[in-house]
Write a protein that binds this ligand. Sequence first.
Ligand code: URA
Length: 230
Amino acid sequence: MIRLDRFLSNATALSRSQAQRVVRAGRVIVDGVVVKQASSSIELSAQIFLDEVLVAAPLPRYLMLHKPVGVVCAAQDPTHRTAIDLLDLPNPAGLHFAGRLDIDATGLVLITDDGHWSHRIVSPVSQCAKTYRVWLADPLDEQKAGRLAKGITLQGEKQPTRPAEIERLSSKEFRLTISEGRYHQVKRMFAALGNRVIRLHRESIGAISLDPDLVAGEYRPLSPAEVAFF
Ligand code: URA
């Protein structure tokens, strides 16, 4: 079931308030009956006409965004541009992030209005792998990198991090794969070794990799195969 005004704003270019107005004006017919209550619950399978034009059922949306620096993963923000602001979509309400990135981090962000799908990505039970490219302020030796691989205790926490995969790309550049999503986890893992992350870029979430054709700020719908990974 879905609210009628939400259905209309998902399925057409109408905003939620415009959808409410057309419903109140008696311009919407649901399964043969004029419905004037915008908050009415309707079946997704309902047949809906607006001004005698059949309105297609809204499909859930699944997007990948190449997040640039300076953009926040939030629905609204008083001072910064949000990742949702970057989307040129008729009805962005209802979209949310399947895992956020910090304002100074770049790379893959998955955005959807399918809460079951995003739950399978972010739920701690799923232990979904996320791979980051990490640039450090200072060189990190093999022995310290090995501590990340085993699991390390973060400041203010008791439970060590789960074992991670770490690949050395240079003395200050690493590829790290973690299967948790603790607050600022990557930065705090390196901070626990006395180092500092100066640049962070997410390359992949599970089997979905950032499309190399997307420059920072661009997005595209996921393919059906990518959606089916979760
Ligand atoms: N870990 C961090 O520290 N920041 C992010 O944005 C993602 C993971």
